[in-house]
Write a protein that binds this ligand. Structure first.
Ligand SMILES: [Zn+2]
Length: 117
C-alpha cells in the first residue's frame, strides 16, 4: 500500500483546475461585492439628498432612511393636494403596518404649520 500523502498525477491536474476555477469564482464574487458596495454608497448619498427637506429637518438623523423614504412618498402626496385636487378618502395602511403617518395625517400637519406661519 502506497502512502496517501501522494496524489496521483491525473488528480493533481484536476485539483489544479479546480483551484483555478475556485480562484476565478472568488475574484468574480469579490468584483460583484465591490460593485454592490459602490452602488450602495451611491444610493446612500442619493437618499440622503432626497430626504433633505424642511419637513424632516428635526428627525433626519433620528429615523432610518428606509422609514423616511416611506414617509417621503406620503409627504409628496399631502404636499401636492389642494382644495381643487384633494387627497382621496383615507384607506392608507402605513399607520397600521408601520406606525408611520399617512398622507392625510401629514396634510393636517402641513395645514397647521401653514396656519401658524
Ligand atoms: Zn390616510
Amino acid at each position: 500500500m502506497g502512502s496517501n500523502r501522494y496524489i496521483p498525477l491525473e488528480h493533481m491536474t484536476l485539483a489544479g483546475d479546480l483551484y483555478q476555477v475556485k480562484q476565478k469564482i472568488h475574484l468574480s464574487i469579490m468584483d460583484q461585492h465591490d460593485q454592490l458596495e459602490a452602488q450602495l454608497e451611491k444610493e446612500r448619498i442619493q437618499s440622503i439628498h432626497i430626504l433633505q427637506i424642511d419637513f424632516f429637518s428635526e428627525i433626519l438623523n433620528l429615523v432610518s432612511s428606509y422609514a423616511l423614504k416611506m414617509v417621503l412618498q406620503e409627504y409628496h402626496s399631502a404636499n401636492s393636494a389642494t382644495s381643487e385636487d384633494p387627497l382621496p378618502p383615507c384607506t392608507c395602511s402605513i399607520r397600521q403596518t408601520h406606525g408611520l403617518p399617512c398622507s392625510h395625517e401629514i396634510f393636517v400637519m402641513l395645514s397647521k404649520k401653514k396656519s401658524y406661519s
